[in-house]
Design a binder for this molecule. Sequence first.
Ligand code: AMP
Length: 190
Amino acid sequence: VRRVTDRTPQERDPQLRYLEQKLRSVPDFPIKGIVFKDITPALADPRGLAIMVDGFAQRFVGQRIDAVVGIEARGFIFGGALAHRLGAGFVLARKSGKLPAAVDRVSYETEYSKDTLEMHQGSWLAGARVIVVDDVLATGGTAAATASLVEKQGGELLGFAFVIELAFLGGRAKLAANGNERRVESLLIY
Ligand code: AMP
């Protein structure tokens, strides 16, 4: 028996079905065997962009968020808009060698690459309430690495926001690790 709670967010919400129609799946990009979830048509669509930013904002409004961390590069697109909506600041998690001042650094693996992320030291005051945003949650390597940077800098990590979660890759479990209370909010789940 299928229960209401078993349904995906997009099955429950017509706005999300609209958003879903604005996404593009590109097979074998950037390497063979990966189906790349391309959000650029949704970004270019005014209603699509609003559904994404509003969807994130609704899930974290009233949580006294101090900082939104955006993961390079697509997390930057939502991060600034979302931070503004939440009355928070915006902090960049960048690929290696891009940030000019002293950084903290972490290396990790994604669905299709090995990478390093850096964040400027002293991005917030100790105990700041922080969320992390990106376009796609795949294996969770990228978001988990960003989480470790947030905690290294003394931030209280309240949760994550993604446009798309590829649930069959199990990334959510990686983010909930250590038994801490971190919300994982994905607009569309596959
Ligand atoms: P992961 O670390 O495996 O969760 O991968 C997440 C990161 O890689 C995010 O920054 C995504 O933008 C990107 N990514 C991984 N898999 C995909 C995919 N199938 N489509 C689009 N982006 C992806």
